[in-house]
Design a binder for this molecule. Sequence first.
Ligand SMILES: [Zn+2]
Length: 101
Amino acid sequence: MAMINCPECNSQMSDNAETCAQCGHILEKPSRGFIGTGFKWMFILFNIFMFGLMYMSMGNTEESNNIVQFAAGMGISMLIAMWVMGNVILGGITYLTRVKQ
Ligand SMILES: [Zn+2]
């Protein structure tokens, strides 16, 4: 637990405190909500998943599993379209749930 200075009255306060004990200034913490964090991770995992899928579907399909064979069957252009669409949707939600400064 660190001590910070209140931006309003400059007195010492805990960074865990939501309001200053001296002047009552409300400290706004940059924090994503639970949903925002979830979508941010979904966005990251989706990109890793799609990248892996693309990489594997371009490689040797004999050793790959059903998901990769299905992805390879859809074709690279379809995969890219899916990737872009997923990014637009997830990215849009991530953007909307971003921390407002
Ligand atoms: Zn204060």
